[in-house]
Design a protein around this ligand. Structure first.
Ligand SMILES: [Zn+2]
Length: 323
C-alpha cells in the first residue's frame, strides 16, 4: 500500500465522482467503527476506494512528481534539477560509502533524488537546470519526506529527447527552522537564518576525479597518476541573535553564495587579495542556510554544513514570525 496523505486520498476518491465528500467522511467513520478502531482514517479510505473500484494511482509510463508516494517501485519520472548538493562520504561498519542528493522538480512539485556509491559518479554529467529522465526508481520516506532512489536497474538520462520542463513548482520545505542556540551535533534538514559576521579565506585542495580522495603531486594513493580536480571550502560565521555558528560551504554552495563560477574562484586561488572586497560585501548580509549540524572532531566544535544557501527575504521572514 502506498503512503498517500489523507487529504490527497480523499481528493482522489471524490474526483472519481463515485461518492460525495460528505458521504465519504461518513463512510470512513463507519468503516473505522466496523473494524473497532483498529484502522486509521487513511486505511479506511484505502478500503473504501478499493470497494468502489477506484484506481488511486493510475500507473503511468512517466509519473508526475506530485503523484509519487512512498512505497512505489519501478517508476519513471522526468524532472528538472533545481539543486545539486555536495557529495558526502560516510563510514558504516568498516565500509566507506558516498551519497549525493539533488532536488528534482516539475510543474507539480519537487522531490529529493538520492544517489548512493557508484551511482554518485553520474552526478558529474549533471548540472542544475538540466532536465533528466529517471528510470526504474523507487520512492521511500525519510524524516517525513519522500525521496526518489534508483533501483538495481535504475538509470538517469540527461536531456531526454522531447522532454523539457519550464516551470517548477517548489514543494513546501521539509527543513526545520531552528535558532542557532538550539543547534546540537548530528541534526539534519535544518534551516537557519542570520547575519554574516566573519568571513575566512577560501581554502583550495585537489581531489582524484575517480575516488574524490585528496591527492598530492597529481598522485592518487589508489589510482596512481591522475588529472586532479580542484575543490574549495569556505567558512563563515553566522549570527542570528541567539548565538553564532561556523558554517562550512563547499564548491557548489560557494558558487551560489558568491554568484560566481569555478573560473572566478580559481583566480582567488592565484590572487588571494582579490577576495578581500567580496568578504566586505558579505559582511552584514543576511542569509538563509539549509544543511546539517556536525561536530568537527579536530576542533571540538559544532559546525553547520551548508547544502543550500539563499539571500534572506525580509518579507518572508516577517511572515514566519507572524505564524
Ligand atoms: Zn583515486
Amino acid at each position: 500500500m502506498y503512503k498517500i496523505p489523507l487529504p490527497d486520498l480523499k481528493e482522489k476518491i471524490i474526483l472519481s465522482g463515485k461518492i460525495s465528500a460528505i458521504d465519504l467522511d461518513t463512510k470512513i467513520k463507519t468503516k473505522i467503527n466496523e473494524l473497532s478502531g483498529l484502522i486509521s482514517e487513511e486505511g479506511a479510505a484505502h478500503i473504501i476506494a478499493n470497494e468502489l473500484g477506484i484506481n488511486l494511482i493510475p500507473k503511468a509510463e512517466k509519473m508526475k512528481i506530485k503523484e509519487l508516494y512512498a512505497g512505489m517501485k519501478d517508476i519513471s519520472t522526468v524532472g528538472k534539477i533545481t539543486r545539486i548538493f555536495e557529495m558526502r562520504e560516510f563510514q558504516k561498519n568498516d565500509r566507506s560509502g558516498k551519497v549525493c542528493s539533488l532536488i528534482l522538480g516539475d510543474e507539480t512539485g519537487t522531490m529529493r533524488l538520492v544517489l548512493w556509491n557508484d551511482q554518485v559518479d553520474q552526478v558529474k554529467e549533471l548540472s542544475e537546470n538540466m532536465t533528466i529522465l529517471v528510470k526504474s526508481a523507487y520512492v521511500r520516506e525519510n524524516n517525513n519526506a519522500k525521496e526518489i532512489h534508483l533501483g538495481q536497474q535504475g538509470e538517469l538520462i540527461p536531456n531526454p529527447e522531447g522532454e523539457t520542463i519550464t516551470n517548477v513548482r517548489e514543494s513546501a520545505s521539509t527543513f526545520q527552522r531552528k535558532k542557532i542556540q538550539e543547534l546540537s551535533d548530528n541534526q539534519e534538514n535544518i534551516e537557519i537564518m542570520g547575519t554574516i559576521v566573519q568571513v575566512f579565506d577560501p581554502r583550495f585542495f585537489y581531489t582524484c576525479p575517480r575516488c574524490r580522495a585528496r591527492v598530492n603531486d597529481n598522485q592518487c594513493a589508489e589510482h596512481g597518476p591522475v588529472e586532479p580536480e580542484t575543490g574549495y571550502v569556505l567558512n563563515l560565521v553566522l549570527d542570528d541573535g541567539s548565538g553564532t555558528i561556523r558554517t562550512v560551504f563547499w564548491k557548489n554552495q560557494i558558487h551560489h553564495l558568491l554568484q560566481k563560477e569555478e573560473a572566478d574562484l580559481l583566480t582567488f586561488k592565484d590572487n588571494p587579495p582579490e577576495f578581500e572586497s567580496l568578504k566586505t560585501d558579505l559582511l552584514g548580509e543576511q542569509y538563509k542556510l539549509r544543511g546539517r549540524v556536525k561536530k568537527n572532531d579536530m576542533f571540538e566544535r559544532v559546525e553547520f554544513s551548508v547544502q543550500f544557501v539563499e539571500k534572506a527575504n525580509p518579507e518572508e521572514e516577517i511572515k514566519q514570525l507572524e505564524q
